[in-house]
Structure formats: C-alpha cells, structure tokens
Design a protein around this ligand. Structure first.
Ligand code: SAM
Ligand code: SF4
Length: 474
C-alpha cells in the first residue's frame, strides 16, 4: 500500500510579491509530491505567508496561530509553517509565542520551503531566517523556481527584489533586503516560456521598477565584463512587450522620483503595454513628502503625470495615499485633497499611517496624529477619491472596450467578470460560460465607483493556455 500524498493549503496576506511568493511555495511543495487543497480541514500542512506593511498584522497572525493550534491538535502529523515579511521581522519570536509552529522561514528562505517542511517532520520545530538573499539567480527570484500559478492566462514575473529607498514609514527595505535586479535575458526568456504555454498577460513586479538594471552593470563590471550601460526598465518593457503571444503587459510599482520620459515613451509606443499606471503619490504636501523622504514634490509628480497623459490619452491612473503621517497638519492634509483632485485618479488605495517598528516614522511618536483626526481625514479623502473614480467610470459609458475574461463573478455566479486594459473590472452576462483568458469586446452600459457594467459584443480570441504543472528545479 502506498501512502497518500500530503495535502497543503497556503494562505496569503499582503501584496502581489507575497502572492507570487505563495505561488512559488506551492510549486515547491507540489514538486515534492504534495497536493494542494482548498480547506484546512483536508490539509496536513497550513502555510501562512505573512505581511507586515500595515495594520496589526502581528496580532492577526498570533490570533490565527491560536486557532490553528486546535486544528493541529486534532490530527497527528499536521504541520504549521509561517513565512514572509512578518517572520523575517519577528525571527525567533514566532516560535517563542507559538511553540506549536513547525517551520518559521524568512523572505530569503522561500526556496527551502519543501526541505524545511520535510526536515521538521523528523527534527521538530525549525526557524530559518537568512539575513540576506542567497547569491544565486535561480534561487533569488520567485519566478525562477517551480511555480504553481493561481491563474492560468496571466502571470507575475519578478524583475527585481528588495528596495534601496528609505521611505520613512516603510518596513520593506528591512524585510526584503537590498535591491537586486534580475538579469534582462532571464526575464525575457521566462516571458517567452510563459507565452509558449498560452499565457497572454504578464505583470512585471518590483518595489521600484524604474531603477531596474542599475545594479546589473555594476555587478557585471565587478565580474570583469566590459559593460558600461545598465539595461533600463524602458528597454525591458519594449522587449517583454514584443514577445509573440503576449497581448498585455502591466507592471507595479514605479517610483515617481525615478519615473523618466523613456519609460512613458516605451509604454506609449509598445502596443501590448496597458494604458494603466499605478503611480503612488503618498501625500500632497511637499513638507510631508520631504519628511517621508520620497524625493519629489507634488508639482513634479503632477508634471510627470501630465506628460504621461499627453503621451497616452486614455491612461488610467491609480495611486496609494497615506493619511496621518506623523506631523501631518490640517493644511498638509488639505494639500493632499487638492493634489488628489487635480491628479484625477481612477482609483486610490488609501492607508492610515501605521507605525512599523524600526522605521524612522515609528520613532516620531511626539508627532503622531490623533486617531480621531486621522479617521475624519480618511473619510474626507475617501469622499474625494470616490467621486473622481465614479466620474472617471461614467466617462467610459457608451464605449466599447477590450476585456479579458477572469471568470464568474465571486458574488454573482451568473455574471462574468472581465478586465479592461485600464485595469477596470467589468461585469456582464453571457449565454454560455467563457473560459478565463478569453478576449472579447464589451460595451460599457453603467458605471459604479469600483467597477463597470457591460454588454458582450464580440469574442476576439479564445483562451489558449494549457494547464501548467510545476517541475522540480535542477
Ligand atoms: N514600493 C511601492 C511604492 O513605493 O509605492 C509600494 C510598497 S508598499 C508594499 C505599498 C503601499 O503601502 C505604499 O505605497 C504605501 O502607501 C503603503 N504603506 C507602506 N508602509 C506603510 C505604513 N507604515 N503605513 C501605512 N501605509 C503604508
Ligand atoms: Fe517602501 Fe519606499 Fe521602497 Fe516603496 S520605495 S518599498 S514605499 S521604501
């Protein structure tokens, strides 16, 4: 009799980088013979891939681990894994506070997921946190190892890990390490491979994609190569965008201080690059932007934005804004309202400042803004950005747009959801189910602040992707 394979669940908290890391953890576990399941009840291993960017992630994690203790005690052999930014930050604290956790691994140890799960079955609890990334391109970049992708027609592709900036509020540089760019040819090769399996849309991931490549020329020179010019993000966009079969290219996130005209031109001149720019403003007051060390003023931000819209008239722009940064006055906040209104965003992710231990802003306790004032500002900002978003959406009514089908709507299964090139969700009805990855046109008939309603007009291309099965890395 053969043993049945171990089953696992990966639960992800946080950003796209984390979601992509989770795909990689899944890929590694599958390559090791494990099988993915939907529910903890069926699982032998639960992986929590954590985030520590905002909110009370710590309390949430330890609360979840409390519940998982009951789950673990209910059946012999069950294992709990904690990975990601919070374990990188908390290190051995995780197992001190929750000794029933089997594996704690950091952001630089993801490639070890399967081995650590196996080892801990024999040796008991393990905490393994490398302080920095392993110097090997095949280990370094999430996409370079087996990946069990959550979606089939689109894929994330990491072009850079870490961050060299020093935004005063941000914990990312501490938990993700220094910026390292992935070799240009490796990225293009991965996109070609994805396209050959029928993937039609890729999203390039990095914390500051505009600085992509800066470190590559330096490391090549250190290795003795006569390289003078770094590959640039603009060139990467053009190369990835011209891979046959790729219909849509997206990327996140650019940093406004490093956004240059060559990137905007590459976007405008490469037909597959979508007309969507996520352009994080963070604050509208120059004083607050300087305290945050963002490296740009509101005027410079708006100037670049105007240039982007001049080159791409149908560009959708989304942003991140933090409310209640230490020392933010009413006057500063009003400036954020003004700049947000002037920037005319399609959608805004608004965050309440959250002190992250170890960051510069967390030590500015004397200047923390009263939570009631922050809550009031948050609501005022929400009113402004939702109004703009609705106006932007209303302006699309009557237009025919290309969408790619994502699948049935989560809440209304008889409705199909698609995404436009501007990254807008469109809900529409169809007589028959359309396979995710199908391209079609819809006419926009109604608008809401967060999505659009449409009517199906024409199928442009059927989905072509095959189901990918992860393979063990060499
Ligand atoms: N690298 C990207 C950039 O510079 O825009 C984004 C990094 S972060 C994962 C995503 C967003 O989280 C940031 O743009 C910022 O608005 C928000 N954020 C980061 N740290 C925060 C904090 N301590 N409190 C509130 N929001 C925060
Ligand atoms: Fe954080 Fe700033 Fe780096 Fe973005 S650019 S990850 S906000 S430090």
């Amino acid at each position: 009799m053969t043993d049945s394979p171990q089953k696992y669940v990966v639960r992800t908290f946080g950003c796209q980088m984390n979601e992509h890391d989770s795909e990689r953890i899944s890929g590694l576990l599958q390559s090791d013979g494990m099988v993915a399941v939907e529910d903890d009840t069926d699982a032998d291993v639960v992986v929590l891939n954590t985030c520590c960017i905002r909110e009370n992630a710590d309390n949430k994690l330890y609360g979840t681990l409390g519940h998982l203790k009951t789950w673990k005690d209910a059946k012999d052999g069950r294992q709990i894994v904690v990975s990601g930014c919070l374990s990188q930050k908390d290190k051995d604290v995780v197992q001190k506070r929750a000794p029933w956790v089997d594996v704690v691994m950091g952001t630089h140890n993801v490639h070890r997921a399967a081995e650590l799960v196996r080892e801990s079955r024999v040796s008991g609890p393990i905490t393994e946190i490398y302080d920095e990334a392993v110097n090997d391109d095949h280990i370094l970049f999430p996409s370079a190892l087996p990946v069990r992708r959550e979606t089939t027609f689109n894929a994330w592709v990491t072009i850079q890990i870490g961050c060299d900036n020093t935004c005063a509020y941000c914990i990312v540089p501490a938990v993700r390490g220094k910026e390292i760019s992935r070799p240009f040819a490796d990225i293009v090769r991965e996109v070609e491979e994805l396209a050959s399996t029928g993937v039609t849309e890729v999203t390039l991931l990095g914390q500051n994609v505009n600085s992509y490549g800066r470190d590559l020329a330096l490391s090549a020179r250190q290795a003795g190569d006569d390289v003078r010019i770094s590959p640039r993000f603009a060139e990467l966009l053009r190369s990835v965008g011209s891979v046959e079969g790729i219909r849509r290219v997206r990327y996140t996130s650019p940093h406004p201080k490093d956004m240059r005209e060559d990137v905007l031109r590459a976007m405008a001149e490469t037909p597959s690059v979508c007309e969507h720019l996520h352009y994080p403003l963070q604050a509208g007051s120059d004083r607050v932007l300087a305290l945050m060390h963002r490296g740009y003023t509101a005027a410079r931000y708006l100037e670049r934005l105007a240039e982007a819209r001049r080159l791409m008239p149908d560009l959708a722009v989304t942003t991140d804004i933090i409310v209640g940064f230490p020392g933010e006055t009413e006057e500063d906040f009003v400036r954020t309202l003004e700049v947000a209104a002037e920037a005319d965003f399609d959608s805004t992710y608004t965050f309440i400042f959250s002190p992250r231990e170890g960051t510069e802003a967390a030590s500015m306790t004397d200047h923390f803004v009263d939570p009631a004032v922050v809550a009031d500002r948050f609501e005022r900002l929400r009113t402004v950005v939702e109004r703009t978003a609705l106006l932007k959406h209303e302006a699309r009514v009557g237009r025919t747009e290309e969408i790619v089908v994502e699948g049935p709507s989560r809440r209304l299964p008889d409705i199909t959801t698609g995404r436009t090139r501007q990254n807008k969700l469109v809900h529409f009805r169809t007589a028959q189910q359309l396979r995710p990855g199908t391209y079609a046109t819809v006419e926009i008939v109604r608008a809401a602040p967060h999505f659009l309603h449409g009517e199906l007009r024409e199928i442009l291309a059927e989905a072509t992707h095959k189901i990918r099965i992860p393979v063990a890395s060499a």
